[in-house]
Write a protein that binds this ligand. Structure first.
Ligand code: NZQ
Ligand code: ZN
Length: 382
């Protein structure tokens, strides 16, 4: 196992009827700005629950944060924060609202120049506005991590940052809030969590049996519970299991002491930035292609995955069979696994590789996926 440090300060509040607790979790003297997305919380009663819990506390609000939250929109919230001297942010919605809120928290105190530098230069203010979260979509793990992914529409960029200052102080997860998700969002959530596990698992063995089995437990849970949630959207237990699984997929625990890949995500972000595909839609297409391309380097883990997750016991081609079974699983959820199914061809593949190279990105657990290799992987996605 490799050396590691693990730190996680997020207070997790999980279960039915937990939203009213928000009022006790935010100190009374704080001036709170609630952030939210395009309005799903107004349709499913979450907005009303928050209003009730926070009644009499002068709650400010900022709505309209879009999926793949845009810098352009978020900067308007930054203005509100500065003008109103907001000293607590409450994110209510999915990963996009939460990631956007993490950016607002940093940008509001950033005086160095354009807050976009938080994404491009790893810049950071001395402190960030504290934040909390009510999560309504299991997928990103953002509720228990310090990462955020922000898009800039003007330049078609989608970049990530990480900073311990943006760990939520608390995250409230009431699985009942997920009953209203569309099938598309449920599938996307399963696929995103699955891919998060894989970025930290499908590398090479370092004799970390506990982390491997933790990762495998999350995968098996997603494979068992995912289809059930699509079939019975109001099955509470199933929603709860999915929600907790998605949190564990990216809260840092399974990353302890193991190498990490993240090539799928990095290439996927470029596809979202250029073509607008949903985050998870890109992952389902790119991940099998990365494995095919890196079959030698990932051979041992592919076999372990084949045996332990898909029960493939014999045959010389365990790795290839496991990749096929993974694609079949995503297709069984109703997802596309090829770029061509989205009408995307090879026209901009070189450009994607160049964009990544210009930022100095060396992808994969060995840092060997650059330039031509990115183009080759993208060709395997067609
Ligand atoms: O905007 P509203 O109206 O709220 O609707 C949203 C949105 O349209 C809707 N939704 C959310 N909860 C709902 C609901 N609809 C009905 N009922 C509910 N309970 O779902 C749509 C998608 O929401 P979004 O927040 O965009 O989805 P998700 O949580 O999958 O977040 C995706 C974003 O997270 C980033 C992605 O890149 C993408 O920008 N990621 C963040 C990570 C992190 N912070 O650690 C890691 C991930 O790899 C990922 O990159
Ligand atoms: Zn993801």
């Amino acid at each position: 196992m490799q050396n590691f440090e693990y730190y996680n300060p997020v207070r997790m509040v999980f279960g039915r009827q937990t939203i009213p607790k928000v009022s006790d979790l935010i100190p009374r003297e704080r001036k709170v700005l609630m952030t939210y997305g395009g309005g799903s919380i107004k349709q499913n009663g979450v907005y009303d629950q928050i209003q009730q819990a926070m009644a009499g506390r002068g709650l400010l609000e900022f709505g309209g944060i879009e999926p793949n939250p845009a810098y352009e929109t978020l900067m308007k919230a930054v203005e509100v924060c500065r003008k109103e001297k907001v000293d607590f942010l409450l994110s209510v919605g999915g990963g996009s609202v939460l990631d956007g809120t993490k950016f607002i928290a940093m940008a509001a105190h950033y005086s160095g120049g354009d807050p976009w530098e938080i994404l491009t230069k790893n810049a950071a203010p001395e402190r960030a506005v504290p934040l909390g979260c009510v999560l309504t979509l299991p997928a990103t793990g953002s509720e228990m991590n310090c990462f955020a992914v922000i898009s800039r529409q003007a330049t078609q960029e989608k970049l990530a940052f990480a900073n311990p200052m943006v760990y939520p102080q608390f995250s409230i997860l009431d699985p009942e809030t997920t009953f209203t998700l569309s099938e598309r969002q449920v599938r996307n959530g399963i696929a995103d969590a699955f891919a998060h596990v894989m970025e930290q698992y499908m590398t090479y063995p370092v004799n970390a049996p506990l982390q491997d089995r933790q990762a495998e437990a999350i995968l098996l849970t997603l494979i068992e519970e995912g289809p059930k949630a699509l079939k019975n959207p109001r099955d509470y237990d199933c929603r709860a299991n999915l929600m907790w699984a998605a949190t564990h997929a990216l809260n840092g625990m399974i990353a302890c002491g193991v190498p990490q890949d993240w090539a799928t995500h990095m290439i996927g972000h470029e596809i979202t930035a250029l073509y607008g595909l949903d985050h998870a839609q890109t992952l389902v297409v790119v991940m099998p292609a990365v494995w095919k391309h890196q079959k030698q380097a990932k051979a041992a883990k592919l076999v372990q995955y084949a045996e332990r997750i898909w029960g493939i016991k014999d045959g010389g081609e365990k790795a290839a069979t496991a990749i096929r079974r993974t694609e079949e699983f995503f297709r069984s959820l109703g997802m596309k696994t090829r770029l061509s199914e989205y009408g995307i061809g090879a026209e901009r593949f070189e450009e994607i590789a160049e964009r990544l190279e210009r930022r100095g990105a060396k992808l994969g657990e060995q840092g060997t996926i650059v330039g031509k290799a990115v183009v080759e992987i993208l060709k395997l996605c067609l």
